[in-house]
Design a protein around this ligand. Sequence first.
Ligand code: NAD
Length: 263
Amino acid sequence: MDLGLRGKIAIVAAASKGLGKAVALELANEGAEVAICARSAANLEKASAEIRSRTGRGVFAKALDVTDYAAVQAFVAEVEKRFGRVDICVTNAGGPPAKKFVDISVDEWRTAVELTLMSTVFFAREVLPRMRKNRWGRLLTITSVSVKQPIDNLLLSNSIRAGVTGLAKTLANEFGADGITVNNVCPGYTLTERLGELADHLAKSAGASRDAILGQWAAQVPIGRVASPEEFAALVAFLASERASYINGVTIPVDGGWAKGLM
Ligand code: NAD
């Protein structure tokens, strides 16, 4: 199936590693021009080199923190200047720390709101007016299955990602008539570098092996294993494409059936 992504201009935030990088790679593979950002220039260079060597396509990369609004504004403006427009934007950031309610300070709440909610607002503010001008656009927010089923100890994720989900749903209503769709994608356990490190950390404290920890997570999933980042990226590329023109305002988990609710 031709997704119709050839020549589309796509921004992927927080894309030097993990899910963001896998999404950028998938979009480039489908023929999109990709612009990525993350905090570390060195990691961005590594990701760009990998995308270049695996797809044969150039990548525009900029080191920035997604919580810095001025930097996000400058990045989006630069993408538009280089490529002429912005068609697709995938928002993403690192995850907030796992803690119980009594252990989270007010400052930690504020930091997590900046990282998870405000970074999404920043990209939405910059890309949606540009997409509206072109009468075509795709905004995709990366959240977590925690918006379908809260996860113990992940208070910050459970609370603030629900805000991102409400934002995405409302933007879908406001911008649908402009040829723009807004959808929310929710990874479940997905074997990125970060999840591997988390498994190593838990394995060390439990005196178990990494495989044993991954096995415990896999056992919670009807499909019986954790996902690969490519399995997540495939959905994002589809939703970003011409083929997904009538899918708007939805929240879709890629979790192997982990979330137990009906909807
Ligand atoms: P990761 O740590 O592998 O990658 C995160 C990326 O974000 C990196 O490129 C990092 O440099 C970048 N980043 C982090 N903070 C940033 C900031 N402030 N500004 C700019 N760039 C920043 O993580 P991942 O596994 O790819 O997860 C991506 C998101 O999805 C996270 O929010 C995570 O909590 C969430 N999530 C992941 C899983 C999973 O199993 N991997 C499951 C549910 C939700």
